[in-house]
Ligand binder design. Structure first.
Ligand code: HEM
Length: 854
């Protein structure tokens, strides 16, 4: 231990230095102990161990506290580093010889040994000490570094803990706030509920006060009942007054009709006697008159030529138009016509009667067929020319050009430089005037016609008709119901009546929004009674001159007929006038509706016009015209549609056609034999589905109108004069004059002409309409049931719409069976007769059946 003392006195450093000197001693001991076992070291070196332990513990404490949180280096690791660092010095100094020495000195430590120390040994030791000191300093430095990093880590950890703590604190604070809010909510909820409770209680209490109101209501009810009693009394009085007025009216009517009958009888007898007298005279001198007419005719032609060439120019100076003398003109016509039109094909003529004999044969009313059939026979005899002449001289001053090809038909109906709105209507239309009125759209000409047509076009435009389609559909439902009822009884019914009632209802509804209910009112009542407006309309149409049916003297000489015409025209006019004025009054009372969608056609036409007396009268004429032009024609179309459908029952070709119709209806209107009308009733559906979605049905209707055209047009080309130029047409390759003739566009011939439609022209084949190549080759105007040009049918969209609705309604659910004139087993097939328009000869007698599937 002696060596320890000097070493201590020599250095004598402050505490850390002391530590360091202590530390300088340790390695020597350590060197010795490092070769011993751990147990030996611990037990054998207690003293040194104590120092070392203290150092280790304090370091451990510092480090451990940091390491606990985030230990970068374990304490063992630290120790190991410390032990390793002095190793090179130990190896360098601790030689093999020294060890036993040290060991030996250690082993003899207990017994002090006197030993001489050499100076070089001292120097060597000193050197070694210095070296160890250096090593120790380095070790201390590294321990310091470790300490520093541990402090830094400790700081980091501390701040992390601080952060966590503050977070916790804020969480606690928000939890507290939440608790506060819960508390306030609870209190306010309690307040609200108590208030509600209080209010409800008050309300419940105040219920008791309704007694007063109840009493007043009861009083009011009593008063109302009293008032009702009084109204009923008034009604009763009014009713009895009405009954009295009606009885008076009836009485008046009976008296009137008696007076009328008496008047008729007187007239008839008078005229009968006169007629008898004239006929006897004529019969006696017939031959003489015939012979002399020839000589008279020749003289008259001479006279006319003379008048035209010599007297004419002089007379023009005195009188504006001398050549328009009707008698002179008529007389020379027989001769004139044969000169002027000699190059137009015509049947061989009798020297005097001309074509009259042939006409009498083929167009005789007694044949009970439309003159079209007679014209067709003539046309065939003439080997089907584009047009041919039917000479009516000498009984009529004007003759007919019957047209069989579209090209000539177009010449008279399309506008031209001479005739802005096409060639004027034929004078034969005059006969229809009692039925259609003097100012009718059908017969008006020039600017008068133009302004009328303009006013009414709006009402007949497809868009407006679609607005009115619910009316058409609901009327068609009644029509279907009537057929269904007919099917149940199995009786034979004239389809004509059902379809005429339908079209009458539709036209009157659309035109004036007046429902005559002709489909539901039985014969002999209301408008169908003897003096009813519908009866008047029907009787008028039978009375109107049957144009083209040949000469019927009774028509001109029958006084009763004239009287009847006069009378029924009055009935018709008066009733329509009454309805129209009523409608206008209603219109005035109602605030003006901007919406034109559901307006009657006449309302639209009167929209911007002051309804004066004259305007009303004119409008009545138009309503009559619509009834005349649209009622029978459309009803005829419906009858032929059902007739064509009926053929499916026995003709396989027709079966296929009807199958295709059904397939189309199933696809467009959905399943269900009678579903179509319900679907079409939905807003916008009629317009959507009936426009382009049913092409086959449309083709079926067009084909029906082609083979059974209900109407036509006759025009009169004024004879060439200073004001009207001659008009030419190409007939059989020759340009021929046709002015001065009545031109009849005979649809019956045009629509069946093989030159126009091909060899299958007479075959009912809807498919032709869907064959684009075929259609593109068709001549313009080949199909003209509604005629063409500016004066075409104003109601064609309506007629087609009605046709489509009827087809949609009947095709799948009903079967039609023609009774009589079936065209089978040697029986004649139903044909057309002349009744103003062309109508089926037998009223289309039919039996109806419900389809098995329905
Ligand atoms: C299938 C049904 C119909 C057919 C075949 C048909 C046929 C015709 C034909 C051929 C004409 C030309 C007459 C001529 O030039 O003298 C015409 C004109 C006329 N049609 Fe129709 N029509 C039908 C339905 C209707 C309907 C439903 C209405 C009205 C409600 C109507 C109203 C008229 C009128 C007012 C004219 C004269 C037009 C004018 O000159 O500006 N027609 N129709």
């Amino acid at each position: 231990m002696a060596e320890v003392a000097p070493s201590r006195s020599r250095t004598d450093p402050p505490a850390p230095e002391q530590h360091r000197s202590e530390r300088t001693l340790i390695p020597r001991r350590l060197h010795a102990s490092s070769f011993r076992s751990k147990g030996q070291y611990n037990s054998g070196n207690h003293h040194h161990h104590h120092h070392h332990h203290r150092y280790r513990d304090s370091a451990k404490e510092t480090v451990q506290s940091a390491i606990e949180l985030k230990p970068p280096i374990t304490f063992d690791h630290l120790l190991r580093r410390e032990r390793k660092s002095p190793a090179p010095s130990r190896r360098g100094s601790g030689t093999a010889q020294q060890q036993p020495q040290v060991d030996g000195s250690a082993s003899v430590e207990d017994e002090p040994v006197q030993r001489v120390v050499r100076p070089e040994e001292v120097a060597k030791a000193k050197k070694e000490n210095a070296k160890r000191e250096e090593e120790l300093r380095e070790s201390l430095k590294s321990v310091e570094e470790v300490g520093m990093s541990s402090t830094r880590q400790l700081d980091d950890t501390y701040y992390a803990i601080l952060e966590k703590a503050s977070m916790l604190r804020s969480t606690v604070a928000s939890l507290q706030r939440l608790a506060d809010e819960c508390r306030t909510m609870h209190t306010s909820f309690e307040e609200d509920t108590t208030k509600l409770d209080r209010d409800t209680k008050q309300n419940v209490e105040s219920f008791g006060n309704f007694d007063h109101q109840e009493k007043r209501i009861n009083e009011l009810v009593d008063k109302l009942q009293q008032l009702r009693g009084r109204t009923n009394q008034l009604n009763d009085r009014l009713e009895s007054a009405r009954l009295r007025v009606e009885a008076y009216e009836k009485n008046e009517n009976v008296k009137q009709s008696r007076r009328r009958t008496r008047w008729n009888i007187t007239w008839a007898t008078l005229l009968g006697v006169l007629l008898l007298f004239v006929s006897i005279l004529l019969a006696r001198n017939r031959r003489a008159v015939g012979q002399q007419l020839d000589i008279v005719g020749e003289h008259l032609v001479w006279l006319e030529d003379f008048a035209g060439d010599v007297v004419g120019p002089i007379a023009t100076k005195l009188r504006p138009s001398p050549s328009e003398d009707p008698y002179l003109h008529a007389a020379v016509y027989t001769y004139r016509i044969r000169q002027r039109y000699h190059d137009i094909p015509s049947l061989p003529r009798h020297w005097f009667w001309g074509n009259l004999q042939a006409i009498g044969e083929k167009c005789n009313p007694k044949l009970g067929r439309h003159p079209d059939y007679g014209f067709e026979e003539m046309w065939n005899e003439l080997e089907r020319p584009p047009a041919f002449l039917v000479d009516l001289a000498p009984i009529d001053r004007l003759s007919f050009l019957v047209v069989g090809e579209p090209q000539i038909a177009e010449t008279v109906v399309q506008p031209s430089t001479e005739y802005k709105y096409s060639v004027p209507k034929s004078d034969t239309m005059e006969a229809a005037k009692p039925l259609i009125g003097k100012e009718s759209l059908i017969t008006a000409e020039g600017e008068e016609w133009r302004s009328l047509r303009k006013r009414f076009n709006r009402g007949f435009a497809p868009a407006h008709l679609h607005n009115l389609s619910p009316l058409i559909i609901s009327k068609t439902q009644v029509f279907v119901k009537r057929i269904q009822d007919g099917a149940k009884t199995g009786s034979v019914v004239p389809l004509k009546e059902l379809s005429q009632d339908l079209t009458t209802d539709i036209i009157t509804q659309l035109a004036i929004k007046k429902d005559f209910e002709s489909q539901s009112i039985p014969e002999g009542e209301g408008p169908k009674s003897t003096f009813g407006v519908l009866t008047a309309s029907r009787i008028l149409s039978t009375l109107v001159g049957k144009v083209g049916q040949g000469f019927d003297p009774t028509q001109f000489l029958d006084p009763v007929r004239r009287l009847k015409l006069w009378y029924y025209e009055r009935v018709f006019d008066r009733e329509l006038y009454r309805v129209l004025s009523q409608k206008i009054e209603q219109e005035k009372l109602q605030p003006k509706k901007k919406d034109a969608s559901a307006k009657a056609i006449v309302q639209l036409a009167l929209a911007d016009i002051e309804p004066t007396e004259a305007v009303l009268r004119n409008t009545v004429a138009q309503i009559k015209s619509f009834l005349f032009a649209g009622q029978d024609t459309t009803a005829t179309l419906i009858q032929w549609l059902c007739y064509e459908l009926s053929k499916a029952d026995y003709d396989p070709r027709y079966r296929k056609i009807v199958d295709r119709l059904e397939a189309e209806h199933n696809a467009v209107f959905g399943p269900g034999a009678f579903s179509a009308l319900n679907m079409l009733k939905q807003p916008g559906k009629a317009e959507e589905l009936l426009g382009t979605r049913i092409p086959y049905t449309t083709a079926f209707i067009k084909e029906t109108l082609r083979l059974h055209p209900p109407a036509g047009t006759a025009r009169l080309i004024p004879a060439a004069s200073k004001t009207s130029p001659p008009i030419y047409a190409s007939i059989n390759g020759q340009s021929t004059r046709i002015d001065g003739l009545r031109v009849y566009n005979c649809q019956w011939i045009i629509h069946r002409n093989p030159k126009v439609w091909g060899e299958d022209a007479h075959v009912f084949n809807p498919d032709r309409w869907l064959d684009e190549a075929y259609m593109s080759k068709l001549a313009p105007g080949a199909w003209r049931p509604f005629e063409r040009g500016p004066r075409n049918c104003i109601g064609q969209e309506l007629a087609l719409l009605e046709g489509k609705v009827v087809m949609a309604a009947v095709t799948r659910g009903l079967r039609f069976e023609k009774v009589g004139f079936t065209g089978r087993d040697g029986e004649k097939e139903v044909w057309g007769i002349h009744h103003v328009t062309t109508v089926p000869n037998d009223g289309m007698m039919m039996r109806f059946h419900l389809r098995k599937e329905s």
